[in-house]
Design a binder for this molecule. Sequence first.
Ligand code: NDP
Ligand code: 8X3
Length: 256
Amino acid sequence: MKNLKNKVVFVTGVTSGIGKACAENFAALGAKILICARREARLKQFAESLKKKYKVNVHAFTLDVRNFDDVQNAINSLPKEWKDIEVLVNNAGLSRGLNKIQDGVLMDWEEMLDTNVKGLLYVTKSVLPYMLKRKSAHIINIGSIAGREVYPAGNVYCASKHAVDALTKGMRIDLAGTSVRVSTIDPGMVNTEFSVVRYRGDKQRADATYTGLKPLSAKDIAGAVEYTATRDENVVIAEMLILPKAQASATVVSRK
Ligand code: NDP
Ligand code: 8X3
C-alpha cells in the first residue's frame, strides 16, 4: 500500500460534499493537505478544523477553477514545498437545472461546462508540470454515472461528465510512460449539496431526489478515492462506478 504521509494531496472544491470528505480522509492519513474552493469563510474554517483534528499541514486558498489565469497564478505562486503535488483530486464541479434541451438556460450550460470541463483542464494543466518532475503522481478525476449514461433533461451536465470520462482516458493515454497515474471515480447518487446547487437552493426539490432511498454519503466516495490513491505504484484503478444499493443505473432507482 502506498504511504501518503507528508505527501502533498491537492483536492479542489472542499467546502462541502465529496471534496471535503476526501480532504478529511487524506488528512487522517497524515498527508499535507492542499485545498481550494470559492467560499472563503467555509474554506478557512475547514482548514483550521483539519489542522486541529489531524495535526497536519494544511494550505488553503480561494480559487474559482473557471478562471485559467487565476488557477495558473495560484499554483505557480504556491510555496515550493506545496508545489510538490503527489495526488490531485479534480473534484470541483456542479450541476445547474434539470431542463429539457429545448428549455435549456445558456448561463447554466456555460457554468457547468466552464466548471466541470474547463476548470478540470485548467487545474490539471497547471499542476502537471510539477507532477512530471516527480517520481510518482496521481490524478483522480471525479466523474459520474452521468458520464456513462444520459438521462432525461440531464443533457449538458451529462455531456460535461462524458467529457470528464474522455479526458480521463485521454490523460491516461498521453501520460503513459510518465510518473503520472490517472483514475476516475464515478459516483451515482450521493447526498451532498449537489442537488441544492442544481435547484438553486430549492431544498424541497433537492431532498425529493433522495425520497424513499438511501443515497451514498460523501464518505463512501472518499473511501474509494483513498483506496485508489493508496494502491501500490504499479497499480492503476482506472475507473470505479459506485452506486447506492437502490440505484441500478442512472434511471433505474428503487424507492420505498
Ligand atoms: P457539493 O455541491 O457538495 O460540492 C461541490 C464543491 O465544488 C463545493 O466545495 C464547491 O465550493 C466546489 N466548486 C463548485 N464550483 C467551483 C468553482 N468554480 N471553483 C472552485 N470550486 C468550485 O457537490 P458534490 O460534493 O456532490 O460534488 C463534487 C463532485 O462530485 C462534482 O464534480 C460532482 O459533479 C460530482 N458528483 C456528485 C454526485 C452527487 O450525487 N452528489 C454524483 C456524481 C458525481 P464553492 O462553492 O465554495 O466554490
Ligand atoms: C451526479 C449524479 O445522477 O444526479 O453526477 O447526475 S446524477
